[in-house]
Ligand binder design. Sequence first.
Ligand SMILES: Cc1cc2nc3c(=O)[nH]c(=O)nc-3n(C[C@H](O)[C@H](O)[C@H](O)COP(=O)(O)OP(=O)(O)OC[C@H]3O[C@@H](n4cnc5c(N)ncnc54)[C@H](O)[C@@H]3O)c2cc1C
Length: 317
Amino acid sequence: MKVTEHIAQAKGTLVSFEILPPLKGKSIQSIYDHLDPLMEFKPSFINVTYHRSETMFKKKADGTFERVEVRKRPGTVAICAAIKNHYNIDTVPHLICGGFSKGVTEDALIDLSFLGIDNVLVLRGDAAKNEANFEPETHGHAYAVDLLKQVMNLKNGIYLEEDIKNGGKADFCIGTAGYPEKHFESPNPQIDMQRLKEKVCCGAEYIMTQMFFDNQKFFDFVKKCRENDIHIPIIPGLKPITSRKQLSVLPRIFHVDIPTELSEAITRCKTDDECEKVGTEWLIQQSKELKKFGVPVLHYYTLGKPRVIKNVVKELV
Ligand SMILES: Cc1cc2nc3c(=O)[nH]c(=O)nc-3n(C[C@H](O)[C@H](O)[C@H](O)COP(=O)(O)OP(=O)(O)OC[C@H]3O[C@@H](n4cnc5c(N)ncnc54)[C@H](O)[C@@H]3O)c2cc1C
């Protein structure tokens, strides 16, 4: 079932979770162990992130270095199918431009469609670790909107090979990313909003946001979207803070602010256990307020912390 169908049929706020594929070498059981404790909350769908390969320099026996491409977390397509079969639950694979040619993207979309996966979250992806700025793959896409157009083409049975006439239609429900605190490369919020609107006009059916820790930023973002004639569902992305280190890591990696009240409370904590308590309580309050506001779905980035997410969601039912 599509994310938009889940939302349309819902009687209240839904819950969904996001996971990372396991590190190469770990089994699918590690994913089930991660998700099992969360299944009692009957999530409507599970998102699976995509991680492109990284360039690394491996030291050889003779002391010189060899450049190698390493993909630490492969398997997004297969994990989505495995979760769908194991739990009979919908999955949302993240699809990125980085590292993908249009041809490889098309093949991945065909695989997903054959597997009965109805949803994709279409993203650009960040720059590779060895690049200062995002560089599209040769014959790949530079922006999420371009990838979105390719997915839309496939929805209409249009394949890259012009010889394919009356091709099968891969009817995905397309989600796109939105940034309550603006995407860090955008010169200003207005331009960022125009870019978001382009993605919506091209066929995105809902927006899933970057994490945020101040609900007011989300409320303002929703208001701005509506003022700009963006009327599709907006799903808040939520993450707990569980350590002091995250006070600097999250702003650096995700370009989000941490409110003073929260950062001061975390700074006062002496242990990670204390931080986790503060972060959990903050996320419970955030979730309750968002639910009251009427968000369609509360989407939690579980990122190795299913226990914390469980402690949050059980306060909402
Ligand atoms: C909910 C969510 C899930 C994510 N999951 C993943 C994941 O699984 N894997 C991963 O690698 N990353 C993931 N990311 C990170 C995301 O890929 C990065 O934030 C990336 O930098 C931007 O992706 P985007 O889809 O928003 O890109 P875009 O919409 O392409 O925007 C990127 C930047 O380019 C600008 N822009 C857009 N279109 C144009 C245009 N036509 N001309 C000029 N400028 C333009 C935008 O304003 C923005 O500044 C996720 C982010 C979110 C919010």
